[in-house]
Design a protein around this ligand. Structure first.
Ligand code: GLN
Length: 451
């Protein structure tokens, strides 16, 4: 049924980079055989899923939406992929994204943009915009994403679905093509909070293949999603994330959601986190710095594309020609910015300063969580913007992540849950729910109460 739905709507939505009906049906038959053989597979056995094309899959291409990886087939599965398969989920295909997950609209894909199912002239958010659009368009009931600076929560918000960034280290980065290693976090998309929780539990948990994976029990998020009781819970409204620059319709739905929580017995207090407004510039130094180092591996020798290998160019020239042809403009901008920020003489002023800001933000979270159990804000200042509207203005594009980035810098858990449509454009609005490290269950509990 989902393959048929994809055949019907994909020409308009373009959520996928790779679909192969036969591989999908083969997986489904294999799951069926395992179930018939009496294997205990858990609640998601046989459920189809759309998988972000940044996770290594041994039976499907893995491109990170970059020309430099076009046609590459990894010899192994990412841990997230392997855990989906082990639980019997059936992969429908690989979804579109901003190249190497750098962007907020999926327009930086080297292949094509993806369209928001609510309004085809709008973006589905990014970088995991193929995954958000696939679920919002009923092409898949579930999908995977990665959140480095908001790339699960922001696309979930603008397509009206649930998206969760687990605690950093709570889900494995092994086999995830690296963007900014200290921030990258795999997480689930679903149309409701309980479905997201079921998927969260399938792929979370310690992985010895990832050195930053947390060796602690996974918070029981499924239990939390079933227990939507917020009576007595202390909820902090982040003062800095409202007001100028926020769309009135976004603020209206946000304030209603807060009132709803209050009417359900939560204690709502205003909390000030003054440094959160400096998270964005700090992130845009830290993330590109890590990216400039991670992307050095695309050297024309190891993977995919190779340009100028005709006997007339040196290895160094082949490397330069390949990177010039294989990386898109946003990726090049990040590599240059990161290389500059890390260079001797500038390191202390830029990268070092940004790391200090990161520490201050973590401390403000810690102070806030002395007073409250969760923090809330709008997920993103506006609803989905028009395709093309921000492509010439990287700074305007970066603003989409204003509210999401602090939780990445601190490594905390954070969710976006739909809270209705904005009056001025009838487009979805998301509520962001932030919780301390390893308190992912609180996001699910509050999310289930407001959905
Ligand atoms: N939009 C942000 C960026 O461009 C975040 C991306 C992400 O979370 N992968 O870096």
């Amino acid at each position: 049924a989902h393959l048929d739905r994809m055949a019907e709507v994909e020409p308009k939505i373009k959520a996928f980079l790779h679909v192969d009906r036969e591989t999908t049906l083969e997986q489904a038959r294999a799951v069926d055989a395992r179930l018939k053989a009496g294997e205990q597979l858990g609640p998601l056995a046989g459920v189809p899923i759309a998988h972000k094309d940044i996770f290594a899959t041994r039976d499907m291409p893995t491109t990170a939406a970059s020309k430099i990886l076009e046609g590459w087939r990894p010899p192994y599965d990412a841990t997230v992929t392997a855990r989906l398969r082990a639980a019997g989920l059936v992969i429908l295909g690989k979804t579109n994204l901003d190249e190497f997950a750098m962007g907020s609209s999926t327009e930086n894909s080297a292949f094509h943009p993806t369209h928001n199912p609510w309004d085809l002239t709008r973006v589905p958010g990014g970088s995991s915009g193929g995954s958000s659009a696939a679920v919002a368009a009923y092409e898949a009931p579930l999908s995977t994403g990665t959140d480095t600076g908001g790339s699960i929560r922001q696309p979930a918000s603008v397509t009206g679905i649930v998206g969760m960034k687990p605690t950093y280290g709570g889900s494995s980065r092994y086999g995830l093509i690296a963007f900014a290693s200290s921030l990258d976090t795999p997480g689930p998309f679903a149309r409701n909070v309980l479905d997201a929780a079921l998927l969260h539990e399938v792929f979370s948990g310690h992985d010895p293949m990832d050195s930053t994976s947390i060796d602690a029990p996974v918070p029981s998020v499924v239990e939390a999603a079933k227990n939507a009781d917020v009576a007595g819970l202390r909820i902090g409204v982040v003062k800095e994330f409202a007001g100028d620059g926020y769309q009135p319709g976004v603020l209206a739905r946000y304030h209603e959601a807060v009132q709803l929580l209050e009417s359900l017995g939560a204690k709502v207090v205003e909390v000030s986190c003054p440094s959160f407004t400096t998270a964005l510039p700090a992130y845009y130094l830290i993330a590109p710095s890590e990216a400039s180092s991670n992307l050095a591996r695309f050297d024309a020798m190891r993977y995919g594309l190779r340009v100028g290998d005709d006997g007339t160019h040196s290895a160094e020239e082949v490397m330069a020609l390949t990177r010039a042809a294989g990386f898109g403009p946003e990726v090049k901008r990040r590599i240059m910015l990161g290389t500059y920020a890390l260079s001797s003489g500038y390191y202390d002023a830029y990268y070092g300063q940004a790391q200090k800001v990161r520490t201050v933000i973590s401390r403000e979270f810690e102070a806030a969580y002395q007073q409250v159990d969760v923090l809330v804000s709008p997920t993103t200042p506006t609803t989905a913007f028009a395709i093309g509207e921000r492509t010439d203005d990287p700074m305007a594009m970066y603003l989409a992540d204003l509210c999401t980035i602090p939780s990445n810098l601190a490594g905390n858990a954070a969710m976006s849950v739909p809270v209705g449509l904005a009056d001025e454009d009838d487009l979805p609005v998301g509520l962001q729910i932030m919780a301390p490290v390893l308190a992912d269950d609180r996001c699910y509990r509050v999310g289930a109460a407001v959905e």
